[in-house]
Ligand binder design. Structure first.
Ligand code: FAD
Length: 498
């Protein structure tokens, strides 16, 4: 740690998966760090993903072997770090006559299986859909599928855990704090912030711009350059429908336009379907699914499911913008998903801009970004995040069920469903949340579903939650289950605490 209270080694702009990942890595190596997020943590792209920790099977078709290999290796690294919010999923890829041939899919999956890093995840196998349970919800014409492994992640919680870990290692995390200006000067950067307590100016030797889709806007507006055109914004939308099937596996469907969509078991009672790939030129912060995207997803899913998926089944939709590095590809789905790190090594204030990236590669990206600090502001500690746990994940990679039993044993009055939900969200920290509670009455006011004041208090105290939306859509997904009256009561409760 260094320097006076408003002066840091590193200042990170953006509380998405990349900004928080970088802050965590840097703080753990001993740099003094501040991160500013203009809204809530993960309020940008990092809560709008398909939520897969995956190699990206279809990127093999674009010959992105390096990206796929790195991402495949990261699957088990991230799963081990946070086995409460990350878990393995099996993907069923039906062979569609007229689209990619079966031998081609099989070959792709052999490469996927052996390209890197698979130790605990099971290998690919072939399924006879006429016999396997995964064939039941599909049209009878689909007879063969390939089943392979990837992982699932609660994207918004991954961001919160990176931020928690960064804070535990000394970083200052300021949410609802916008960077409105930054100038180079003797001794580094002067950075102007607008936050809940008004304006503030801080200093830093190094500025990291992890603004996601806003990365060019930060360069143009906060730094006043007006020349940045690095990001290709590609919108992706999802629909959530009532559960379409009863097993725990996920489908990956090929479409006639060469794209793929997923249909994933979601929050026990739902199915998540996505995503689209559309160039985006609208206003960031107002990203919504279009009628065309909804129709696309409904018809792509209905090409496979025996019972057509219809608009009235939709209970929620969400959309986000991929901040892809503009590599000049013509089609949105062909633009590279790899990340690009650009460094400006100016003596009066160094800067690193981060473009692109995925949830899956966020830890690896952070490591590479922080490795670059040595040349700019001096060497500190070595790499450390490979093999390190995230808060709440301090148990065996495959030990989730045992952890649920442990929590239920310690709080025998806790409903089984709630014990499972709390373990999923908070892992070993569920006991910090529950503390000395000795019955449901100790959980306080109920806000619908199984959300009680005790959890809300924990989220405001420990996880930077301020609004009902932060609690219901990012720290938890209970927004899918509560009524408007519940939301209003929760909002009033949170307002009274401020
Ligand atoms: P963001 O999460 O957008 O974070 C940037 C943050 O910077 C924002 O929160 C914003 O508020 C803040 N900010 C901007 N300007 C300022 C300022 N001036 N001051 C302070 N704060 C500021 N990846 C996977 O690995 N698996 C997937 O399944 C997957 N699916 C995806 C599906 C879709 C539809 C999309 C869109 C992306 C998907 N991704 C997936 C990619 C992944 O979600 C993104 O690459 C990642 O979330 C980008 O994170 P980020 O931190 O760069 O950006």
């Amino acid at each position: 740690m260094t320097t006076a209270s408003n002066s840091y080694d590193v200042f990170v702009i953006g509380g998405g998966v990349n900004g928080t990942g970088i802050a965590r890595d840097a703080a753990g190596r001993g740099y003094s760090v501040m991160l500013a997020e203009m809204n809530d943590l993960a309020s940008g792209t990092s809560s709008a993903a398909t939520k897969l920790v995956h190699g990206g099977l279809r990127y093999l078709e674009h010959y992105e072997f390096k990206l796929v290999r790195e991402a495949l290796i990261e699957r088990e690294v991230l799963w081990a770090a946070a086995p409460h919010i990350i878990w393995p999923l099996r993907f069923v890829l039906p062979h569609h006559k007229g689209l990619r041939p079966a031998w081609f899919l099989r070959l792709g999956l052999v490469v996927y299986d052996y390209l890197g890093g698979r130790k605990l995840l099971p290998a690919t196998k072939t399924l006879d859909l006429r016999k396997d349970v995964t064939g039941k919800p599909l049209k009878p014409g689909y007879s063969t599928a390939f089943e392979y492994s990837d992982c699932w992640v609660d994207d918004a919680r991954l961001v919160t855990l990176y931020a928690k870990d960064a804070e535990a290692k000394g970083a200052r995390i300021a949410t609802r704090t916008k960077v409105i200006g930054a100038q180079r000067g003797a001794g580094g950067w002067q950075i102007q912030l607008e936050g809940p307590n008004g304006a503030e100016t801080v200093r830093a030797k190094l500025l990291v711009n992890a603004g996601g889709p806003w990365v060019d806007q930060v360069i143009n507006r906060a730094l006043g350059r007006n020349d940045a055109r690095n990001v290709r914004m590609v919108k992706g939308s999802h629909i959530v429908v009532k559960k379409l099937f009863d097993h725990d596996r996920c489908y990956i469907f090929q479409n006639a336009d060469n794209r793929i969509i997923f249909a994933i078991p979601y929050e026990q009672d739902f199915t998540l379907i996505g995503t689209t790939d559309q160039d985006f030129a609208g206003e960031l912060g107002k990203v919504e699914i279009s009628a065309e995207e909804t129709n696309y997803l409904l018809s792509a899913a209905s090409e496979y499911f025996a019972k057509p998926v219809t608009r009235d089944q939709i209970v929620w939709t969400y959309s986000g913008v991929r901040p892809l590095f503009d590599d000049g590809a013509t089609a949105a789905q062909e633009a590279t998903r790899d990340y690009v790190i650009r460094t400006e090594a100016e003596p009066d204030g160094a800067m690193i801009n981060v473009f692109g990236g995925k949830l899956t590669t966020s830890r690896h990206l952070s490591e590479e970004v922080v490795d670059g600090f040595a040349k700019l502001i001096g060497q500190k500690g070595p790499r450390w995040t490979h093999g390190a746990k995230l808060p709440g994940g301090e148990f065996e990679t495959t030990g989730f069920e045992a952890e649920v039993r442990k929590l239920a044993g310690r709080y025998p009055w806790l409903e089984a469903k709630l014990a499972r939900r709390l373990t999923r969200l908070y892992g070993t920290r569920a006991v910090v949340l529950l503390g000395e509670a000795s019955g449901v009455a100790d959980l306080g006011e109920s806000f619908g579903a199984d959300l009680f004041a005790r959890e809300v208090d924990y989220l405001t105290r420990e996880e930077w939650a301020h609004t009902a939306e932060d609690v219901l859509w990012r720290r938890t997904k209970l927004g899918l289950r509560v009524s408007q009256a519940d939301i209003d009561r929760l909002a009033a409760y949170l307002a009274a605490r401020r």
